[in-house]
Design a binder for this molecule. Structure first.
Ligand code: NAP
Ligand code: ZN
Length: 346
């Protein structure tokens, strides 16, 4: 039996709940959960904002912990290793996407939670331990603090993957990050680590000082200030949009140079509002990207280990989770809540 915190319905209220985990299979790893990040996706899903929610729901896909047991056929890890699990726990392993290391696009992907595996709902990291096939478990470098590493498993990889894929790694290029939340602040950190000139585009003027002084952003634009937006028109090579709510895209696309690219990773619950002219008169590209593969996640974690990149977090006890959700809805967190599972789950 595993203790976790679950939502029973779309009211989204989380409360303690006990459920079974599967017995260890040959290539499984069992690990005790130390910390779990709170992603805005958890907030969308507990309230069924995308219409796909299954209850009871134990959220959590930024899971880090310490290995306590390995199956006889598991080769990657040993007891005591620091490990992490992100948004997915299995895929078909046979389709083109799986074969070419893009398993996040597998049609039979099994999510860490809110998914069905052998007819049963999967449960995430707001809980005491997990049992996961080693292929979907990553190694967290030993030099990184585990609590501040938890958000790398979703926020980190979700921005790192498109940055690599679309070339947002070139020193000196102008890189805009829209929304300074969990995903956004990781994009700023990676942009800086790659040597890009990073501009934060935000609705929160009160985030400017820290964005510049602590995160090292070169520039900060308040997106609701039309004059600031006009002044920055056609200055950016790339923009990564991490916003969780519906918002106008035309003004953001106008910030791109000719041939610039805007990649969406934020997933609002309403369709995009996009006049075609802004991409046509500028030969601009609008693209999207979904988390990242296990191989990319491991690459990202190793990169973070070498460059000392982690998340800026507010560590909170398990029974603070409902309050944390309320504050996350108001963008009132710098910049990721992480649940102190090991010390406070009871
Ligand atoms: P978050 O921490 O809440 O950050 C979102 C940021 O968006 C906020 O901090 C805020 O930044 C900005 N924002 C909020 N409401 C806004 C509005 N009405 N207009 C303009 N900006 C607004 O959320 P997160 O955890 O980073 O997740 C962001 C989104 O990415 C969510 O929709 C989540 O589901 C999605 N997601 C996608 C993937 C993927 O694979 N593509 C993976 C993980 C998460 P400012 O205060 O700076 O404006
Ligand atoms: Zn997430």
């Amino acid at each position: 039996e595993c203790l976790g915190w679950a939502a029973k319905d779309s009211s989204g209220v989380l409360a303690p709940w006990k459920f079974p985990r599967r017995p260890l299979r040959s290539t499984d790893v069992k690990f005790k959960i130390s910390y779990c990040g709170i992603c805005h996706t958890d907030l969308h899903l507990i309230h069924n904002e995308w219409g796909s929610s299954k209850y009871p729901m134990v959220p959590g896909h930024e899971v880090v912990g310490v290995v306590t047991e390995v199956g006889p056929g598991a080769k990657k890890f040993k007891v005591g290793d620091h490990v992490g699990v992100g948004c997915m726990v299995f895929s078909c392993l046979k389709c083109d996407h799986c074969k070419h290391g893009d398993e996040q696009y597998c049609d039979q992907l099994i999510w860490t939670y809110n998914s069905l595996e052998d007819g049963k709902i999967t449960f995430g990291g707001y809980s005491g331990f997990m049992v996961t096939d080693e292929k979907f478990v990553c190694r967290v470098p030993n030099n990184l603090p585990l609590d501040a590493s938890a958000p790398l498993l979703c926020a980190g990889i979700t921005v790192y993957s498109p940055m690599k894929h679309f070339g947002m790694t070139q020193p000196g290029k102008n890189f805009g990050v829209v929304g300074l939340g969990g995903l956004g602040h990781m994009a700023v950190k990676f942009g800086k680590a790659f040597g890009m000139k990073v501009t934060v585009i935000s609705t929160s003027p009160n985030k400017e000082k820290e964005a510049r002084e602590v995160l090292g952003a070169h520039n900060f634009i308040v997106s609701r200030d039309a004059a600031q937006m006009t002044k920055a028109a056609k200055t950016m090579d790339y923009i990564l949009d991490t916003v969780s709510a519906p918002h106008p895209l035309d003004a953001l696309l106008e910030l791109l140079k000719i041939d610039g690219k805007l990649v969406m990773v934020g997933l609002p619950d309403k369709p995009l509002d996009l006049p075609a002219g802004v991409i046509i008169f500028g030969r601009r590209t609008l693209a999207g990207s979904f988390i990242g593969s296990i191989k990319e996640t491991q690459d990202m974690l190793d990169f973070c280990g070498k460059n000392n990149v982690t998340s800026m977090i507010e560590l909170v006890p398990m029974d603070y989770v409902n309050k944390a959700m309320e504050r996350l809805r108001k963008s009132d967190v710098k910049y990721r809540f992480v649940l102190d599972v090991e010390k406070t789950l009871k």
